[in-house]
Design a protein around this ligand. Structure first.
Ligand code: AMP
Ligand code: MG
Length: 339
């Protein structure tokens, strides 16, 4: 079911992966930057890994690589860390525990430091659809949910949900109602997209995101922004919002971090591999967002520094290299119309 999201053909978007070393959407995440496990993921990370702390981390990693599953479990338990998940997940968790400790120690002694997002805002749109969406199907957003993760406490602190009235095809297909659980009456009673986007911006502004607090958007796959939002903005004749131009694609982060093939990054598979189960109703945008947030929190707990890895530019989907600085999303602004 999840694969569908990344196979939907967009009418208005040219999907082109370029720039730097990140993986393309369709390729498995098999090629990892050689320095990725030990390299600093900071805005100062310009490839200077000569600080002795990186040698220490590399040595610890080598040791962990030689550990059996049982040894990993025992060590994690000793350190009072989570012992769930498959061997690769446990390995990564242990490596990042040591990496974090060593970097903290070295920062206290004047070594490399870090500034990270204060919040991550998970978005998972639901859109009009048909069974086997025809290639020219014009998807319109019908649910706009957001779930806010505080990266300091690693808790979900807030959420937002609004349904949206589709304008071009106001009638939902039976398939769409069944898939998303969204009723015809619900979208009939909802506001059109520009009004909902207005409320979304207010919600983000009230929480001082992009001003007082550094934040990034996170999605499950690239299509939420590069297809659904992009198409919707054209349908509604509004400019693509600046604050949504860059985001963290968790599928990409997940396969790079745990070193698994791209085929193992369906929402249900990611949950399963982390030893978790889906909570709520699949394809309810808010429940999907909450479950994506649970994965993001687990990844942060395991030491992954989730970073912006995709962006939209001139209607095209581009990759953001992992060496790019940790820049937060800009302050959200009220939707403006296209000339
Ligand atoms: P998801 O976040 O996986 O719930 O998917 C987002 C949107 O993608 C849905 O609201 C549908 O518009 C579309 N979609 C997802 N799965 C399917 C499917 N199996 N068939 C057709 N469209 C789908
Ligand atoms: Mg969804």
């Amino acid at each position: 079911m999840d694969e569908h999201k990344e196979n939907i053909e967009g009418k208005y978007v040219n999907v082109k992966m370029s720039e730097g070393t990140e993986e393309g959407q369709t390729k498995p995440c098999s090629r990892i930057h050689p320095d990725e496990e030990t390299a600093p993921q900071t805005s100062q990370s310009n490839g200077d890994f000569s600080h002795p702390v990186y040698k220490e981390i590399a040595l610890a990693n080598g040791h962990i690589n030689r550990m059996s599953k049982d040894e990993l479990r025992v060590k994690l338990a000793e350190l009072k860390l989570d012992t769930r998940g498959v061997k690769d997940v446990m390995k990564k968790r242990l490596k990042n525990h040591y990496k974090k400790q060593k970097l903290l120690q070295s920062a206290a002694e004047g070594g490399p430091t870090d500034t990270y997002y204060d919040f991550i805002c998970v978005v998972d749109f639901e859109a009009t659809c048909e069974e086997d969406n025809p290639p020219d199907f014009l998807h319109e957003i019908i649910e706009f949910p957001m779930v806010l993760i505080d990266t300091h406490t690693l808790q979900i602190t807030d959420s937002f949900q609004a349904y949206v009235k589709p304008e071009v095809n106001p009638q939902l297909s039976d398939f769409c109602v069944k898939l998303t659980g969204i009723k015809q009456q619900t979208v009939d009673d909802a506001e059109p997209f520009p009004d909902v986007l207005h409320r979304v911006v207010e919600w983000l502004q009230e929480r001082e995101l992009g001003t007082k607090y550094k934040y990034a958007i996170l999605t499950d796959g690239a299509w939420d922004m590069s297809k659904f939002l992009n198409i919707q903005c054209r349908v509604s004749s509004i400019r693509y919002p600046q604050f949504a131009k860059k985001w963290i694609n968790i599928r990409k982060s997940y396969c790079n971090f745990y070193k698994v093939p791209r085929t193992q990054t369906k929402l249900s598979t990611m949950l399963e591999k982390l030893g978790m189960t889906y909570e709520g109703r699949p394809h309810c945008g808010l429940d999907d967002s909450r479950n994506i947030a649970r994965i993001a929190i687990r990844m942060l707990q395991d030491g992954c520094q989730l970073r912006v890895n995709e962006r939209m530019h001139g209607g095209q989907l581009l990759s953001v290299p992992s060496s790019a600085p940790v820049v937060g999303a800009p302050p959200p602004r009220k939707p403006s119309s296209r000339e």
